[in-house]
Design a protein around this ligand. Structure first.
Ligand code: DGP
Length: 114
């Protein structure tokens, strides 16, 4: 059993609207989307936060970003542009402690964020 809801989604113990999966990565639509496209890209491996990633996870971290770019293409937002975000710990806005990349797009995005 996995500790977090994302671990359960990765193990198919809980349903989600999956948009991509491979042997290392799963991606699904955010339950509370902040934009027309809001997808969460997670490793199957339950790394709680970016702070917990180790040198051995370097390839996995790269795979998360490459998957995000592929999904952006799939969703038709690659050319216009999009944002990828990793929230880390409470001060960074993290609420689910299974590392995830937010892929957000489909509308004009402000910078800097709030
Ligand atoms: P963060 O605040 O960075 O930890 O982002 C967590 C995101 O996860 C937040 O945008 C809402 C989303 N979320 C929380 N629970 C679920 C769930 O059960 N299913 C899905 N699809 N998304 C969830």
């Amino acid at each position: 059993m996995s500790d977090t809801i994302f671990g359960k989604i990765a193990n198919a113990e809980v349903e989600a609207d999956l948009v991509y999966e491979d042997e290392a990565v799963v991606a699904f639509r955010d339950l509370h989307p902040q934009a027309p496209v809001h997808i969460l890209v997670i490793p199957r491996k339950p790394i709680p936060t970016l702070n917990d990633a180790e040198p051995d996870d370097a390839e996995l971290l790269g795979r998360l970003l490459l998957a995000a770019a592929k999904i952006a293409e799939q969703e038709g937002i690659a050319e216009h542009g999009y944002r990828t975000v990793i929230n880390c710990n409470a001060g960074g806005g993290q609420t689910v402690y299974h590392l995830h990349v937010h892929l957000i797009g489909g509308r004009a995005l402000q910078w800097p964020p709030g």
